[in-house]
Design a protein around this ligand. Structure first.
Ligand code: NAP
Ligand code: HSE
Length: 441
């Protein structure tokens, strides 16, 4: 049987998971693939750090170059994270003609074009299933299984940490900081947790999905991104009362644009934002660190993919899927069998967020006085934004109370403008909270 040796750069949450999963299922994989997979080298940063996985001393080093350059290593697994040294690791392995498996969405987002160009130049491949949605094989689905479809919409819960936090805020009334500490302890959060909380991790993943689906690079810096830092238990409770659950969504929607010569120019709406999801929609019941991605194709219709979106085992499962592809490619000498990434030939653009239309939820903290509501309603009427529901819990005259308004469709630009005017009213006492409603029609 052919032997394929793996070199791990990174032996933390994901690297440790890969070690454990391969120890458990290596024989099964060998039987399936006809390839014997062995981890022969592991690089870590700190050799003295206590670890839950006991790598044999003789294969561990703190010198990543010695792993990548070891002639006995056939496939390099970049599982260290970050974008500086990780870039060097990947480029060095590709330069040596070695296939690379990575779980690093930040690296792909920042340096993807360079890395895929290097993989083509050196006639090898870069695999990245674990970079989006942990254990859900969404990359293979978009790149291979749905190859016969035009993808018209992707709606995803793609950050396990935020979903874990929002779930516990809803179910237990827990506060964000406490739950984030638990997410860190459980290995879900990024080393820099603001990447999760502020939506950047979700934007990197949504950009990868949008690029794959639409064939041109969609970089996170062009994706309007809002995280969950400002979501309060109050909004979670009011949303529940109105029949909704707040979720952090990565959305990619095809926008039909252009006529005549411009017909067919691809434009997509891409954004990451917390949204009110109707409780009847399946995404509303995706809880804890689970992820789910609803993909709509013009041939297949609606599809849904669900699974653990973060953590050691789930991510290891996706890494091993890539290892299997890399090993089979080596075995059959077909290093470009799996298409690498976007086509680089399609022209496309991102639809401006200011023009995106949706219904909205707003929460205002107002002084409970006669006339306050009339003033808010007048400003909304002038902006031609209709109100569908109002909730004003009973308070005492002169007290500051929350007022919730559910608004009909409005453009993002119109909402921002009117909200600025409302915020200036003397009876409005705190910054208004604005959350999009995603009706999924
Ligand atoms: P982690 O637990 O912090 O592990 C990182 C590993 O890289 C550690 O073993 C660390 O060594 C090692 N390392 C860091 N710098 C190094 C260097 N210069 N040379 C050699 N080794 C170095 O991180 P993780 O959670 O496993 O995440 C790894 C990657 O997977 C990231 O790109 C992340 O975004 C991605 N990812 C993570 C998850 C998840 O649920 N955790 C899911 C999907 C994707 P020490 O152990 O000595 O510190
Ligand atoms: N921090 C990421 C998350 C890890 O919580 O989803 C998985 O990519």
């Amino acid at each position: 049987m052919q032997l394929v040796n793996l070199g791990l750069v990174g032996g933390g949450t994901v690297g440790g998971g890969v070690w454990t999963a391969l120890a458990r299922n290596g024989a099964l994989m060998a039987a399936r693939l006809g390839v014997d997979l062995q981890i022969v080298r592991v690089a870590v940063r700190d050799l003295k750090k206590p670890r839950s996985v006991a790598f044999p001393d003789k294969i561990v080093t703190d010198d990543w170059r010695s792993v990548v350059r070891d002639p006995s290593v056939h496939v390099v697994l970049e599982l260290m994270g970050g974008t500086t040294t990780a870039r060097e690791v990947v480029l060095e392995a590709l330069r040596l003609g070695k296939p690379v498996v990575t779980a690093n969405k930040a690296l792909l987002s920042r340096h993807g074009e360079e890395l895929f160009a290097a993989s083509a130049k050196h006639s090898t491949n870069l695999y990245y299933e674990a970079s989006v949605a942990g254990g859900i094989p969404i990359i293979k689905i978009l790149r291979e299984s749905l190859a016969g479809n035009r993808i018209t919409q992707i709606a995803g819960i793609v950050n396990g940490t935020c979903n874990y936090i929002l779930t516990r805020m809803k179910l237990e009334g827990a506060d964000l900081a406490t739950v984030l500490a638990d997410a860190q302890r459980l290995g879900y959060a990024e080393a820099e947790p603001s990447l999760d909380i502020d939506g950047h991790d979700a934007a990197q993943k949504t950009g990868i999905l949008a690029s794959l689906a639409h064939g041109f690079w969609v970089k996170p810096e062009f994706i309007p991104t809002e995280g969950i830092r400002n979501i309060s238990p109050l909004d979670i409770q009011f949303a529940q009362r109105l029949g909704y659950t707040i979720k952090l969504l990565g959305m990619v929607k095809e926008v039909v644009r252009g006529t005549g010569a411009k017909k067919g120019l691809r434009s997509i709406q891409v954004a990451v934002y917390p949204a009110l999801v109707p409780n009847g929609h399946v995404l509303a019941s995706v809880n804890h660190a689970y992820n789910a991605i609803a993909v709509r194709g013009d041939v297949v219709g609606e599809t849904l993919f669900y699974g653990r979106g973060a953590g050691s085992d789930a991510t290891a499962s996706s890494v091993l899927s890539d290892v299997a592809d890399a090993a089979l490619d080596l075995k059959h000498g077909s290093n470009r069998r799996v298409p690498p990434f976007v086509s680089h030939t399609v022209r496309g653009s991102i639809f401006p967020i200011s023009e995106v239309v949706s219904p909205y939820y707003i929460r205002l903290m107002v002084v409970d006085r006669p006339g306050v509501f009339a003033r808010i309603a007048t400003l909304l009427a002038r902006a031609k934004i209709g109100i569908s529901t109002i909730i004003q819990p009973e308070g005492h005259a002169g007290e500051v109370v929350p007022v919730i308004l559910m608004l009909h469709d409005a453009t993002h630009a119109a909402m921002q403008k009117v909200l600025g005017q409302i915020a200036k009213l003397p009876l409005v006492k705190a910054s208004p909270v604005l959350i999009r409603v995603e009706p999924f029609e």
